[in-house]
Design a protein around this ligand. Structure first.
Ligand SMILES: NC(=O)c1ccc[n+]([C@@H]2O[C@H](COP(=O)([O-])OP(=O)(O)OC[C@H]3O[C@@H](n4cnc5c(N)ncnc54)[C@H](OP(=O)(O)O)[C@@H]3O)[C@@H](O)[C@H]2O)c1
Length: 347
């Protein structure tokens, strides 16, 4: 079975990554890709690695035609602004922005500083992380892909909160993230970290992804997570270090068992915890271009703290890869279709 898909915002980082995956996907025919800046131009003009991989050209957004599945890779606020038009284009929509991730409009207002423009749509979307919502995604027609910092954090923490071993309000998460998180159309000009190599602090408190993490981990607002984000000298990758305070002392062996029980059958999650060698803990550079999340942990022998480390490629498991995994799940295809690449080493 082949479905036709189109991508709105395909000249950007996540749109380009999605296109890279979907031109090789066995069940997909890419119908249209939009860009205002590159309209009529070959896609390799924006995404040079696609030279020779496809003959597609960008079309302007107003030339969009109906298709089976529409992907929206737009800046914050744009999907909800033009929703009436996009909704008519396809029976299934996968949105990569933050517009439809939160189910609670009050939380949206708190973290995004304004009322949600279309609160009526919030219950229609399912959160895109397959590992924590496979059953719901099988039935979904509309998907909101999780944010990259949130994805790394949630996957690292989920087994502990599911098992009820973590204290509900004391978890501290620090995410170090690459510059591609900011998108290709950054307004920071020559100071953009990709071009300048600048390393700088980013968001010590009140990061918007906090709401997503708490929503995914907590029943009825019971969980509080303290999140900080720092951009580091890396183009792709997100590395979350979470400090979890346990309700009661449990051994590392028990922690292993918890993670094993939760993720044993997951094709994109690996537990990385070695006693020796240079690759003892998750390393985002090794995951570039893959849909994998690596998770490691260490029990603090002096306290009831458990340190959990999780790594992803922000544009893959944190965006386009997660979107394709959700598509595969919705369509009943093998979850790994179009996503079976192995990381690069050395990189
Ligand atoms: N980068 C990441 O790691 C990451 C991870 C997870 C989620 N996300 C989310 O994914 C979304 C896209 O991020 P990105 O990094 O791909 O951004 P980006 O590189 O800036 O790309 C945005 C794209 O949207 C198009 N666009 C902008 N305004 C538009 C409008 N009004 N109508 C139609 N097209 C428009 C732009 O192309 P033209 O100007 O040529 O039309 C461009 O192709 C964001 O909401 C972001 O928060 C990003």
């Amino acid at each position: 079975m082949t479905v036709s898909i189109s991508i709105v915002g395909a000249s950007g980082f996540t749109g380009g990554e999605l296109l890279r995956l979907l031109v090789r996907h066995p069940n997909v025919n890419v119908h249209q890709v939009t860009s205002r800046q590159y309209a009529q131009k070959a896609v390799y003009r924006a995404h040079p690695t696609l030279r020779g991989a496809t003959d597609l050209r960008f079309v302007p957004p107003d030339a969009l035609e109906p298709c089976d599945v529409l992907f929206l890779c737009l800046p914050h606020g744009e999907s909800s602004k033009d929703w009436t038009r996009y909704e008519r284009m396809a029976p299934r929509v996968i949105d990569l922005s933050a517009d439809f991730r939160l189910t609670d409009e009050k939380q949206y207002e708190t973290y995004y500083g304004q009322p949600h423009p279309r609160p009526d749509l919030l219950q229609r979307f399912e959160y895109g992380l397959v590992e924590i919502g496979r059953e719901r995604l099988v039935r979904a027609t509309h998907v909101a892909v999780g944010g990259c910092n949130a994805t790394a954090s949630i996957l690292g923490l989920y087994p502990l909160f599911e098992a009820g071993v973590a204290q509900l309000t004391r978890t501290v998460v620090e995410v170090k993230v690459g510059s591609s998180e900011g998108g290709a159309m950054s307004t920071e000009g020559s100071h953009h970290p990709i071009r300048s190599g600048v390393v700088r602090s980013y968001k010590p408190t009140s990061h918007r992804h906090t709401a997503e993490i708490e929503q995914a981990l907590g029943m009825h607002g019971a969980v509080q997570v303290h999140l900080s984000i720092t951009s580091v000298e890396l183009v792709r990758g997100a590395l979350a270090t979470a400090h979890v305070f346990l309700n009661e002392p449990i051994s590392e062996k028990d922690v292993w068992q918890l993670y094993r029980n939760c993720y044993m059958h997951e094709p994109f999650i690996r537990i990385v915890k070695e006693r020796q060698g240079p690759y003892r803990y998750p390393e985002p550079k090794l995951l570039a271009g893959t849909n994998i999340c690596d998770i490691g942990f260490e029990r603090d022998p002096q306290s009831n703290r458990l340190v959990v480390i999780s790594a992803i490629d922000n544009m893959m498991k944190g965006a386009a890869g997660q979107a394709v995994q959700a598509l595969n799940t919705m369509m009943g295809w093998p979850e790994t279709a179009g996503l079976d690449s192995i990381g690069l080493h050395p990189s």
